[in-house]
Write a protein that binds this ligand. Structure first.
Ligand SMILES: [Zn+2]
Length: 491
């Protein structure tokens, strides 16, 4: 038995000015062939689960590529062609099963639906071969991907701590189908709604209740039921909330499950609307909290959703209000890192921090912040994730510097990295539990590692292309009317 297993992941923020060339897909670009197998075997990812399943079956495993890039603007056509060609070439050689670890919100320069395009192409090459796909909870589903796959599953957690289980679910169903053990009947559907990312955490209502309904349907016999919150910052026709239901041959049951959960989501649409607190008021409120660690969440500039990670609005407010004993993660600024590397550990420096990239989609120029401090640490920025999200994966932040102003330790990195694992600070010798304040550029994924160690959470609305203020963004391609852009939208 020959099984093709591949990963091609990108959450595309069409409002982001950050480019997405091939080199962005991994520390040294994508992992090809056996390097892909070596990089992801044993990891808590869908690809890791696919590899385990195929090994248990004694299958021949072919891994054309494993590629994941931090969210950013539309994927370069050339990068998309290289990745999808590699997968298509191995499928074209003949195989018994295709297992794909995709995101679901990839937009390329030429395609609104990068994954749908890939899966349709593979279906054309292998018309009768089962294709199973594991997606991110933020996938924007489409006919193209669902019509051309046999099984689609999505994460049930945000932060995404069930990546392995999601791959295991899709892969197990595909292997069973291959052996005649089940006949997947899959339907999908959506409602015209764009839930705010800040309201999609699965510990909170209404996402918690929707996921519970999906799990209940699985306990009652459905093979897989997935709720996708969608990714609103991909301004494409099909962006938004959707549900995929897979049953064992019972098409009517799949439709019923899908529609019940979609109706439940539509009824809860007002609870998916996020209302933000301006940074100045939020930081002042945080300063009055007497017990730490207090998390200051800079959610409008999250590189995990396509932010430039170099907007200094919240950091500037923290410095202006004089907060002390703060760790700030992180500013993306390769030039500042280079300047600090040149100055050396222990040197006193004054430099322009951040603000290197303009953000035309929200009408903002880059605004560097001049900061003085001591270079406390320089390192290669590599560490292994302890979990519970992406456990076992080695990540690289590029060369990393810590600039200590005396009150704030500012982490400055060469490569984008969202702080979801305590290792991002501990690998730099900063103990998060000992800090009074921790500033993180994240939206919900920080919860994976940091929630157990922070006492208070203060959400600070700064500036950036991951803003939850939809009035700051010009949507031109998403289908209209859609809630909450249009309050009169109907299901
Ligand atoms: Zn996601």
């Amino acid at each position: 038995m020959r099984v093709v297993i591949a990963m091609m992941k990108h959450e595309t923020n069409t409002f982001s000015p950050v480019p997405t060339p091939l080199e962005r897909f991994g520390k040294d670009g994508p992992a090809w062939g056996l390097d892909a197998l070596a990089a992801y075997a044993g990891t808590a990812t869908p690809m890791g689960a696919f590899i385990d399943l195929a090994r248990a079956e004694g299958a021949e495993i072919v891994t054309p590529v494993a590629a994941e890039a931090w969210p950013s603007g539309p994927v370069d056509d050339d990068a998309y062609a290289r990745l999808s060609d590699a997968i298509a070439e191995d499928v074209a050689k003949g195989c018994d099963l295709v297992l794909l670890d995709l995101h679901g919100a990839m937009v390329t320069e030429s395609h609104e639906d990068g994954e749908g395009e890939l899966v349709a192409r593979l279906r054309g090459l292998a018309p009768t071969t089962p294709i199973a796909v594991a997606l991110d909870l933020h996938g924007n589903l489409s006919d193209r991907i669902v019509d051309n796959a046999d099984v689609v599953t999505g994460f049930k957690t945000y932060p995404h701590t069930d990546m392995y289980e999601t791959g295991q679910q899709a892969g197990s169903i595909a292997f069973r189908a291959l052996k005649g053990g089940c006949r997947p009947a899959m339907v999908w559907g959506s409602r015209p709604m764009l839930p705010h990312i800040m309201r999609q955490g699965t510990a909170d209502a209404p996402m918690h209740e929707l996921i519970a309904a999906a799990r209940r349907a699985e306990e009652e016999g459905a093979l897989a039921v997935s709720v996708f919150g969608g990714f609103p910052h991909a301004d494409i026709r099909d962006a938004g909330l959707s549900v995929v239901a897979v049953t064992d041959g019972d098409h009517e049951a799949a439709i019923r499950i899908r529609d019940e959960i979609l109706d439940q989501a539509w009824s809860a649409r007002h609870d998916f609307v996020y209302r933000s607190e301006p940074a100045a008021a939020a930081v002042a409120r945080a300063a009055r909290l007497d017990q730490g660690p207090v998390l200051l969440l800079d959610h409008c500039d999250n590189c995990g959703s396509g932010g430039t990670q170099d907007v200094t609005a919240v950091l500037a407010e923290i410095l202006r209000q004089g907060l002390e004993d703060v760790a700030a993660f992180a500013l993306h600024d390769p030039a500042a890192v280079a300047a600090m590397a040149k100055a050396g550990v222990g040197a006193e420096v004054t430099l322009p921090l951040g603000g290197k990239l303009a953000m035309p989609s929200i009408g903002r120029a880059g605004e560097p912040l001049t900061v003085s401090g001591r270079v406390k640490l320089l390192c290669d920025g590599e560490f292994v994730i302890r979990g519970p999200m992406y456990t076992g994966v080695k990540v690289g932040m590029g060369r990393t510097a810590v600039l200590d102003t005396g009150k704030v330790e500012i982490v400055v990195i060469e490569r984008h990295h969202e702080p979801w694992d305590l290792g991002c600070l501990r690998s730099l010798g900063i103990e998060p539990t000992a800090k009074r304040f921790i500033m993180l550029k994240s939206r919900v994924h920080w919860r994976a590692g940091f929630w157990p160690v922070v006492r208070h959470v203060v959400e600070c609305a700064g500036v950036g292309v991951t803003t939850s203020d939809y009035s700051a963004l010009t949507f031109s391609r998403v289908r209209r009317p859609i809630f909450p852009l249009d309050s009169d939208a109907t299901p």
